[in-house]
Ligand binder design. Structure first.
Ligand SMILES: C[S@@+](CC[C@H](N)C(=O)[O-])C[C@H]1O[C@@H](n2cnc3c(N)ncnc32)[C@H](O)[C@@H]1O
Length: 275
């Protein structure tokens, strides 16, 4: 892989993290779009190019984080879920899963999973539990669901309902890596009463700018970016029961206020219960 490798201690509890600062990384590009400071020049170049290609990207990622808050609040406060498995955590930003979940249910237990060492370092430093609950961090790749589940089982009781969160991450899994099978493996491992929470960048909303942005990002990130249509995203929920309002553009999923509902977002979002 091109570029210089840097070794940096991001926070005191972690191992030194090795990463290439000259190749943009999706977590740091996303951090830039969200107004964060945990990014490098290559990330900012990629992020700015994506903004030029698809000017609504900032609105999209903010709406995605706002959805995270609404969905987790619904699960913890209304659906009684006490265990959360957040895969593709991202660099902590604003409201994070354990903060929202433990705000409603202090004993909620949350496992954060990512395959990026910088994300994991920040997560360990910042995503700390209230004493009544638990947070844990698993360094694993979504494409290895067994490893994800083995790691999660140290903190979560997989015989009890779990909300599995896959927010803005499945577009990094290509069709020939069988993302449907990955999602099915995760949901097969948790019992009835569990939930799947998923957002996915759309190929069929704002299609031309989105396709331009995805192609540009894939080249600069050196990893796949696969947009999917509403029908393709719907297939991830096979065998599950979508809660109201179903699979919708992110801003339309139980919006907190009227203005939120009005800004169209090129991401599909749904929350579904395992019967
Ligand atoms: C766009 S960010 C989304 C962050 C957060 N889920 C959200 O929606 O705000 C994607 C995250 O998924 C992680 N990621 C990408 N591919 C992954 C994989 N195969 N396994 C685990 N994590 C992955 C990246 O490191 C990054 O932190």
């Amino acid at each position: 892989m091109a570029g210089d490798w840097s070794s940096e201690v991001v926070e005191p509890h972690s191992e030194p993290a090795l990463f290439d600062t000259k190749v943009a990384h999706c977590a740091r590009v996303y951090n830039y779009w969200l107004g964060g400071k945990d990014n490098f020049a290559a990330d900012r170049v990629a992020a700015e190019q994506a903004i030029r290609d698809s000017p609504t990207i900032i609105q999209n990622v903010r709406a995605n984080r706002a959805f995270l808050g609404r969905a987790v609040r619904f699960l913890a406060a209304d659906a009684g879920v006490r265990q959360f498995l957040d895969i593709g955590t991202g660099i902590p930003s604003g409201e994070n899963v354990h903060g929202v979940a433990q705000g409603a249910a202090p004993a909620a237990r949350v496992v954060y999973v990512d395959n990026d060492p910088i994300v994991m370092s920040h997560a360990r430093a910042l995503l700390t539990s209230r004493p009544e609950g638990a947070t844990a961090y698993v360094d694993a790749d979504l494409r290895d669901p067994e490893k994800v589940l083995d790691g999660a089982a140290a903190t979560l009781d997989l015989a009890r309902p779990v909300a599995v969160l896959l927010l803005a991450v499945l577009h990094h899994v290509e069709d020939d890596e069988d993302p449907r099978e990955i999602v099915a493996s995760l949901m097969n491992a948790v019992p009835s009463g569990s939930y799947l929470v998923l957002t996915h960048p759309a190929s069929d909303v704002d299609p031309e700018p989105m396709a331009r942005m995805a192609a540009g990002l894939a080249a600069m990130l050196n990893e796949p970016v696969t947009l999917r249509s509403r029908a393709e995203v719907a297939s991830f929920f096979d065998g599950l029961e979508l809660v109201e309002p179903g699979l919708v553009q992110v801003q339309g999923w139980r919006p907190g206020w009227a203005g939120e509902a009005r800004s169209p977002v090129a991401l599909w979002a749904g929350v579904a219960r395992k019967p």
